[in-house]
Structure formats: structure tokens, C-alpha cells
Design a protein around this ligand. Structure first.
Ligand code: C2E
Ligand code: CA
Ligand code: CA
Length: 852
């Protein structure tokens, strides 16, 4: 059934059918007077009338329907109640039902709802004429009105019941019960929900005293007072209080009361509600307890704790936070967290925050960090901050735990001062530098940026020390340190490095694209200014000098040690152009150095793993006859691939490795000669001897024992020495050469023309061959009138004067060959004839083999 506010046809049917027997009784009672043959109640249903209850000859009739059109009922609905004495069928010839019922007389009256709309009919039909019909019509209309009223009464009863049950439902849902009190009768009425809240059976007897007694001690007085104030002063109330229900359970209720007044101002009734707020109160109390517990925990830890919302507004803090930052709670809460930060952190904070909220990427979330913080009085201190994201009842926020570490840092500083300070200059020492440098390298590699490092070494410190004693030496260093410290500027830091050296390190890292803006020369020349090194010792001014190595580099892929190595090498190189030498290492310099280190370290293994071999390049006479060979070393490294001797020999020459390599080449060469001899070939082979090799004390003996070992006559071995090797230790080299010559070894002067040897000097050496360097041979043909050709001519002349063979190396063309032959050069070596090839390549040759 729908919730119409006025009675309509369908509700009319329902009401009648639901109360059928009552309506039948009423109809029967009325018919005892009326004596109609048919008496019924019908409802309008579109253009029909449907009979709901009724009687035919005093027995109930089943539901029937008939058309309104052309029936007397239609007239009733249009014009009002009407009656016909007799011959009704003649009046309404189209009405089938009337004739079927054999009707003579008729009475009809409408049934109305409260809006006076007719929704049904009361009808009586008689089989005989009814002469007093007019008198009956009035009674009949009255009876119809009675039925209408009854129907409406029933309708309102249903509606009220329905509304009440709705109210009940709502109060149950909202846990709100109502009460009414009538002062005149002292009658208290409770709704069912109120009974439930108080734990009493619905409808049981209650009164004001009983109700007030249900409140928990402490609340009884309060409620009595509130109720009296309402009753006598019409003061409404709304209070939260505890009740103890009939089962002894404590409940929280919100009790409210209001007065309704009569027109004369007297109190008509008091009414109000009880709302059960137990659940809400429990949750609230729990929350409060939890908050208090948390606060007490927070106040008992030694760190400052702050929470902020997503806008950076401080929402909570503990007592330590107040103490640490020097604010009162009301000064801090609801302020932006930026007031706790110094610049530039404060200005950047909003940006970081926004970035974090948008991207979820935060630098400091979840990571402890040391940062500067600002107290209310403006003091800046170092704090250790760990920040975590929080979510409190759906609200995002952050909790920061802050520890003031200024004291700890101070303590550490004292220790650092002892361990990391140079006692002479008071500068940070090498250990500190290592630390700083590693940090800086890490920062720079992460950002792919560049660092500038400079190493400054005082040139003649040792002399000062020996001459004036260490105290004066230290004084000099201290003075120099002061000067340097003064000139380096804000972007650099200076450290004492060795006894008489300083490291200057950039504090910042630089982007590659900014390097051109960055003027390394400025620092370099500032550091090397001679006036920093003028010191007065014993009233006399002494001018010291220094050398500087400088490198700007991207540390990615570099080790700390390698960089230190490079910069130390750079200083060594700078020393070569002392005083005030400067060596600037470029990026290529670093790569070269890496390669250098690689080769240096792998060379040892090369020797152990037998990665070295030799190749043989033929030396021919003017008609191409092979007369001898030069043995050239080859290194095929497992890791580095083939490495050229021009690359690794100079590195090997820095250590004893060159001697080991020399020995390997010697043995392999002797083995080749011995194989050649076996096959009847008596060509000699030249080997290259490094300057360092020849000055080794047992060079002569080792050479002798090797030739003996292989049974090779010494004259089959030509020893190639460069001009520069000759001058290393002239006397010693001369003695060695003379000694070896006595045993039959022969000597060739390699790279002739590139060194400083004088004819007079060469005359005393046991030389059998001069080798024109490829450098001069290259120029043949390019410039006939030029110097190159003149030098070639001069060397050939010199060889003739010394009565030694002349050999040209690096011959690549026929033109060069012809020129050399024309000038009287006797032997030739070069790609024009053959490249250096391994032993196997030469297996089939003999004295008559001609090249190319
Ligand atoms: P070097 O003693 O002057 O050797 C001659 C170099 O010139 C060899 O290079 C050779 O391959 C190359 N060469 C010969 N003919 C031509 C030519 O027509 N055109 C061109 N472009 N190059 C030609 P390699 O073998 O690379 O040796 C380079 C240097 O390494 C040698 O110069 C020598 O100083 C050193 N070296 C090679 N083997 C040994 C060795 O066993 N012991 C020592 N101490 N040094 C060696
Ligand atoms: Ca050579
Ligand atoms: Ca050469």
C-alpha cells in the first residue's frame, strides 16, 4: 500500500476487504430497517463499479462488477444521491445488471474522501416498488456518510500505525528514544526505544523519580536540577550523562528536554529525548587515553618529535621539541615547520614538499640525515632528522624525530682536531684530506660532475732543513701555508699533504658544460706566485720555489689511489720544469694514465704467462739479398690484446721488467739463430738493448752465459743501442761495450741522428753499424733540397768516416731505396722489403733469397 495522505479507491478497497465482517455487520444492521433485496458497497474502478461487500436477499454476494455508463450509479456520482420508486429499468434501459436483478426501485449515495471526491457508492435495489422511497433517501444518504466517515477513520488508523512504526524504526536506528511529561497529571510517557535504553520492558510503569534514579551517582543531581529548571523555568537542557540500566550496565546518554507551552503561557507538556552515545563515548575515551599515552611516551623520549600535515603545518609536538627549539606549545602548533629551518632550507621546503606529494620521491623520507636547524633565538644547530610518513585517520602527514647533535659534533671535533690536524701548519692533514676527497669523489660520480685537485710541492725544502735546521724549516712551511690559505678563496680547501706539500681541493663539483666557465688557471697562478715562497730566516730573505700538479676530472670509474697517483705523477712532471713548474692533467691524461697503470700491472703477468714472442724483420743489401734480421718483441695480452712495443717498452724501462724482457728476447733470438744455423743459414740477428739493461752490473755475464747456453758465436748477435742509451753513463757504457766487443759482440747505433753523440765520441766506441732513423728516411723524396736529405747524406758520410756499415730503417718505397743506394747506403730495412714476421715465416730462406 502506498503512503497517500488522502483515501483513494485502492485504499478504500483494501480497508473494506480487510475489515469485511465489520462492514457486513453494519450493512446487515441497516438492512433490518431498509429491507432492500440487494444492498452493497461498491468502489469506482475506472468506468466500472466493483462491489466490495454486500447482500442479496440477506446472503453475502460475491464480488461483481458492472459498467457505470447508463446506470443510475452514474447519475448518483454526477448529481448526488437519488432514489427511484419503481420501473427503474425503464429509466435505465441500457443497464443490463438492473434488468438481470429484476429491479423495480433503487437507492444510491456516493462515498467521499476528506477532499470530497467520490470514490465509491452505497446502493440498495428492490424487486418491488418502494413508495416511501423519498423518505428513505435522506436516511440512506446519512448512512452513506457514516460509511465514509468509518472508512476515513480506518484509513487514519492505518496511517498512524504505519507512521508510528516508522518513528520506532528511526529511533531504534538512531538509538534515540523520546519522552513526554504532562505536569498536570504527573504522567510520564516513554517511547519503546527509551525503554530499551533504560533496559526496562516496553510499557512498564514509570515515573519521573524512577527515571532519575536510573542515573549514575553524580549525574542524578545534575539531571534533577535540569528537569526542575525545565519544568518551572522552561529552561531547555542538553546534557551528557551516565545511566545504569536495569541490568546494572553503565550507558552514556545524551539527555535533552524542552517545554511546550499553552497559549496562556502555562506549561502544556515537557518532552525530549535520550540518545544512547555509549559507543561514541567509548571510542572518544579510548582515543583520549591513547593520545595521552602517546603524549606521555613522546615526552619521555629524549628526542624532539614533531608531526606536520601535508601543508607543512605543525600539528603536534612533544615537550622536548619545545625545549630544543625554544618555543611554547602555542607558538609552535599551527605554524609552518619552516620556522625551524635556516635558509636556504626554509625557502626550499615548500618545493620539496610539493615535489614529494606529486612524485612520492623524497630525499629524506625514511633516511636519517644531518641537517642544520634553527632555534627561536635564531641559533643554528646541527640536528639528526629522521622523517617518516604517517596516516592518521585518513589524513596524510609526516612525523619527524629530531636529535640535537651539536654537542656530539663538538666532542667529535675535539677528537678530529687531534687526529686530523697537521701540527706544524694547523691545517687539516692527509687523513682528513682522504676523507674529504672520497666524499667529494662520491658526490661527483653520482652527479657525473667534475672535481679540481691541485698538489703543490715545495722544491728545495730539504736544503732549507739541512742548512737551517727543522725548526726553521717548519717555520718556512708554516709561513707558506698561511700565504696559500689566504689565496685559495672560498671554493677550495687546503690540506697539508706530505712533509713539504699541500693539496688544494675544490669544495664544489662542476658540471661538464660549466667547465669552460671555470678558470683553473686562476687558482694555479695564484698558488704559484713566487711571493708566497719568500721567507725570512735569521734575518735573511730566502726565496723558495714550488711545483704544481693540477687536474680537473670526473671521478667516475676512477679509484682514489689512481687519482692520487696521477696527481703525484703530475707533480713529478712539473718538477722537470722547476722552478714553478706546472703540469696540468687533462681528461685524456687520466685515460692515458689508466692505460699506463693497466700495462704496468699486466706486464708482470705477461712475463710469467709467456705472452711475449719475437718477430724478425729482414735487413737486405742493395740487391735485396737478406743479410741479417732485427728481432722485435711482440706482446699479445689476454686482457689488453696486442700491445705495441713502443707503448710497453718505455713502461718496462721504468723497472727491472725491461731486463727480464731483454732476457726473453735474447733467448728467443738465440733459439732462432740456432735453428737457422741448423738449416745452414748464417745470418746474424740484431736485438735491441735498452739503456737501463746495459748499466745492470751483470749484463756482460748474463749475455755471455746465454750465448754459451745456446752455443752461438757472439758475432752472430748485433746489439742495437740507441744514441740516448749511450749517454746515460758514458764511461760505464763505453767499458761494457769494449768488454763485450772483445768477446766478439757487434754494436749498431739505433735511431742515429736523433741523439747528441759527437763524432769524436763515437770514434772511441766499438761500433760496427749506424742506423739511419726512419724519421729521416720518411722525408726522402718529399724535400730534396731540405734538411732531411742533408741529414741522411751526413749520416752516410759519417758512417764512411767511421768505417762502419750504414743501414737505413723504415724504407717503404723504391724512391727512398734508390736515393739511399745513390748516396752509398749499404743495407736497408723496411716494409718495402718485408714487415717483421714470426720465425716460421722465414723457414725456407737461404743466402740467395732476394726481397721483395
Ligand atoms: P726500433 O728498434 O727503431 O724498431 C723499428 C721499428 O720500426 C719497429 O717497430 C718496426 O716494426 C718498425 N718498422 C720497420 N720498418 C718499417 C717501415 O717500413 N715502416 C714503418 N712504419 N715501420 C717500420 P716496433 O716493432 O713496433 O718496435 C718499436 C720500438 O720498440 C723499436 O724501435 C724499439 O725501440 C722497441 N723494441 C721493439 N722490440 C724491442 C726489444 O726486444 N727490446 C727493446 N729494448 N726494445 C724493443
Ligand atoms: Ca732497433
Ligand atoms: Ca730505430
Amino acid at each position: 500500500m502506498s503512503f497517500e495522505s488522502v483515501l483513494n479507491e485502492s485504499e478504500f478497497s483494501t480497508i473494506v476487504l480487510e475489515n469485511r465482517s465489520a462492514y457486513e455487520q453494519d450493512l446487515l444492521g441497516f438492512n433490518e430497517l431498509l429491507h432492500a433485496d440487494y444492498l452493497f458497497l461498491g468502489v469506482k474502478k475506472a468506468d466500472k463499479i466493483s462491489v466490495l461487500v454486500g447482500f442479496a436477499h440477506d446472503s453475502p454476494i460475491s464480488q461483481i462488477e458492472y459498467d457505470l455508463e447508463g446506470s443510475p450509479c452514474e447519475t448518483v456520482l454526477l448529481t448526488g444521491a437519488c432514489g427511484y420508486k419503481s420501473d427503474i429499468c425503464e429509466h435505465f434501459p441500457d443497464d443490463q445488471t438492473l434488468s438481470e436483478l429484476n429491479a423495480q426501485a433503487y437507492l444510491g449515495a456516493g462515498l467521499f474522501n476528506e477532499n470530497n471526491q467520490d470514490i465509491g457508492l452505497l446502493v440498495a435495489i428492490f424487486n418491488a416498488p418502494k413508495h416511501d422511497i423519498d423518505e428513505w433517501l435522506q436516511v440512506f444518504s446519512l448512512q452513506a456518510k457514516l460509511f465514509s466517515t468509518q472508512l476515513q477513520k480506518d484509513f487514519f488508523a492505518i496511517k498512524t500505525a504505519r507512521n508510528l512504526s516508522l518513528i520506532d524504526e528511526i529511533s531504534r536506528m538512531s538509538k534515540t528514544g523520546s519522552w513526554e511529561f504532562y505536569p498536570e497529571t504527573e504522567k510520564l510517557i516513554w517511547s519503546s526505544e527509551t525503554y530499551r535504553i533504560f533496559g526496562l520492558p516496553v510499557g512498564s510503569a514509570i515515573n519521573v523519580q524512577k527515571a532519575i534514579n536510573s542515573f549514575a551517582p553524580g549525574y542524578t543531581e545534575e539531571l534533577t536540577l535540569a528537569f526542575d529548571n525545565l519544568r518551572f523555568h522552561q529552561q531547555p537542557y542538553d546534557i551528557q550523562c551516565k545511566i545504569i540500566d536495569s541490568s546494572g550496565t553503565t550507558r552514556w546518554v545524551r539527555a535533552s528536554g524542552k517545554a511546550e507551552l499553552c497559549k496562556d503561557g502555562a506549561v502544556k507538556r515537557l518532552f525530549g529525548a535520550f540518545e544512547d552515545i555509549t559507543e561514541y563515548k567509548t571510542a572518544l575515551t579510548l582515543n583520549e587515553e591513547r593520545a595521552m599515552k602517546i603524549q606521555s611516551i613522546l615526552n619521555n623520549i629524549n628526542d624532539a618529535v614533531l608531526s606536520i600535515d601535508v601543508n607543512g603545518t605543525i600539528t603536534h609536538c612533544n615537550d622536548i621539541a619545545l625545549k630544543t627549539f625554544g618555543y611554547t606549545r602555542s607558538e609552535l602548533i599551527a605554524q609552518s615547520v619552516e620556522i625551524l629551518m635556516p635558509e636556504p632550507y626554509a625557502s626550499n621546503h615548500a618545493f620539496y614538499m610539493r615535489n614529494y606529494m606529486e612524485t612520492g620521491v623524497g630525499k629524506i623520507i625514511g633516511v636519517g640525515r644531518q641537517l642544520p636547524a634553527k632555534r627561536k633565538n635564531g641559533d643554528i644547530f646541527q640536528m639528526e632528522l629522521s622523517l617518516s610518513e604517517s596516516c592518521d585517520q585518513g589524513e596524510r602527514g609526516f612525523i619527524g624525530v629530531i636529535r640535537d647533535i651539536s654537542e656530539r659534533i663538538e666532542a667529535q671535533d675535539t677528537i678530529y682536531n687531534l687526529a686530523y690536524t697537521d701540527s706544524v701548519t694547523r691545517l687539516r692533514n692527509q687523513q682528513w684530506f682522504h676523507q674529504r676527497f672520497k666524499d667529494l669523489m662520491l658526490r661527483a660520480s653520482l652527479k657525473q660532475e667534475y672535481i679540481h685537485i691541485l698538489l703543490l710541492d715545495i722544491d728545495n725544502m730539504a736544503q732549507i732543513n739541512t742548512r737551517f735546521g727543522f725548526d726553521n724549516g717548519n717555520y718556512a712551511i708554516r709561513k707558506i701555508a698561511e700565504q696559500l690559505l689566504f689565496v685559495i678563496g672560498h671554493d677550495y680547501e687546503i690540506f697539508k699533504y706530505g712533509g713539504d706539500s699541500f693539496v688544494v681541493l675544490s669544495k664544489k663539483t662542476y658540471k661538464k658544460e660549466d667547465l669552460h666557465k671555470f678558470d683553473a688557471n686562476l687558482v694555479e697562478s695564484a698558488l704559484l706566485s713566487p711571493r708566497h715562497f719568500d721567507v725570512v730566516i735569521n734575518s735573511v730573505k730566502w726565496s723558495l720555489t714550488a711545483s704544481l700538479g693540477s687536474a680537473i676530472f670526473n671521478p667516475q670509474g676512477q679509484s682514489f689511489e689512481s687519482i692520487i697517483n696521477v696527481i703525484e705523477q703530475a707533480v713529478k712532471r712539473a718538477k722537470r720544469s722547476a722552478p714553478f713548474g706546472l703540469c696540468h692533467i687533462s681528461e685524456d691524461g687520466f685515460k692515458e694514465f689508466d692505460r699506463y697503470l693497466d700495462i704496468k700491472s699486466k706486464l708482470e703477468q705477461a712475463i710469467e704467462r709467456d705472452e711475449l714472442s719475437i718477430v724478425l724483420q729482414p735487413q737486405v743489401t742493395h740487391d735485396g739479398t737478406v743479410s741479417s734480421f732485427e728481432a722485435l718483441v711482440r706482446w699479445y695480452s689476454k686482457e689488453l690484446g696486442p700491445v705495441s712495443p713502443s707503448e710497453f717498452i718505455p713502461i718496462a724501462e721504468e723497472s727491472y721488467a725491461i731486463c727480464e724482457i731483454g732476457d726473453i728476447v735474447l733467448r728467443k733470438t738465440l733459439s732462432v739463430i740456432s735453428n737457422f744455423v741448423k738449416s745452414g743459414l748464417k745470418t746474424s740477428i740484431a736485438i735491441n738493448i735498452s739503456a737501463r739493461q746495459i748499466v745492470v752490473p751483470d749484463f756482460i755475464n748474463s749475455l755471455l752465459s746465454r750465448v754459451k747456453q745456446y752455443g752461438i758465436p757472439p758475432h752472430m748477435l748485433m746489439l742495437e743501442l740507441t744514441e740516448t742509451a749511450l749517454v746515460v753513463d758514458i764511461e760505464l757504457v763505453k767499458e761494457t761495450m769494449l768488454e763485450l766487443a772483445r768477446f766478439g759482440f757487434r754494436f749498431s747505433i739505433d735511431d742515429f741522428g736523433t741523439g747528441y753523440s759527437s763524432l769524436a765520441y763515437l770514434k772511441v766506441l766499438p761500433i760496427s753499424e749506424l742506423k739511419i732513423d726512419k724519421y729521416f728516411v720518411d722525408d726522402i723524396g718529399k724535400d730534396f733540397d731540405g734538411k732531411a736529405a742533408q741529414i741522411v747524406d751526413a749520416i752516410i758520410e759519417m758512417a764512411k768516416a767511421l768505417n762502419v756499415t750504414c743501414i737505413a730503417e723504415g724504407v717503404e718505397s723504391e724512391e727512398q731505396l734508390k736515393y739511399l743506394i745513390g748516396k752509398g747506403c749499404e743495407k736497408f730495412q723496411g716494409y718495402y722489403f718485408s714487415r717483421p714476421e714470426p720465425e716460421a715465416h722465414w723457414a725456407g730462406i737461404n743466402e740467395n733469397t732476394k726481397l721483395p
